[in-house]
Write a protein that binds this ligand. Sequence first.
Ligand code: 21W
Length: 247
Amino acid sequence: MKIDVLSLFPKMFAPMQESIIGKAIDRGSLSFNVTDFRDYTTNKHNNVDDYPFGGGAGMLLTAQPIFDAIASIQEKDDQQSAGHVVLLDPAGKTFDHKDAERLAQYDHLTFVCGHYEGYDERIKTLVDEEISLGDYVLTGGELGAMVMIDATVRFLPDVLGNSESASGDSFEDGLLEYPQYTRPADFRGMKVPDVLISGNHAKIATWRLKESLKKTYLRRPDLLEGRKLSNEERDLLDDIKTELNED
Ligand code: 21W
């Protein structure tokens, strides 16, 4: 996969060289390139923003540097394309697990990040979709782009090893994860549940499923709303509600 980023703060992407993403870049399964679109301004002060028509507070990123930076990415590409272009925008669709899985299907992604201010609306003609991280105001799109890139490249076959494969993670099956324990079995009087030491794999699987359902029911009932339950899951959830005295 090839990932391009347009940003006025390319140094913010230094963390991308670290960790699993950095290893994927080193191995060549991922190429990652940040373009500072200030380099593409055609005015003598290298300004990237201007006052909004109609008045109002703040400044807007102008169309020209972003159009020309996208054109430069298209020219570099064999297929004369910037791939699938994502604009980081607080008014975009809220990013989730399914978006990450979907973005992982593209072989070229370009993320356009603004900072502090809005965009001239005509920039949107370059863009395939607008995505937000969530309902809070950031100073720019850079952290959003890094979050999306991190969540997306986890789905690439060469990025995570078999032992940390993306399927089986929380959100993959629509439930929160069950509690986990490692040695010692008794840490300062806090004991690991007996069932996990029993060696009875069927009982362990049922306990884990029930704990997942209980945590999801208590913390994220919205996840259960949109999810079909198996007969076993429905029975366990009934037990959970009885135990919580909610029947
Ligand atoms: C903050 C840009 C506020 C634009 C009238 C019309 C990218 C972000 C961002 C930023 C405004 C994301 C205005 C969650 C975020 C981002 C900077 C609004 C003022 N007034 N996800 N427009 N939150 N934020 N502009 O802030 O670029 S993804």
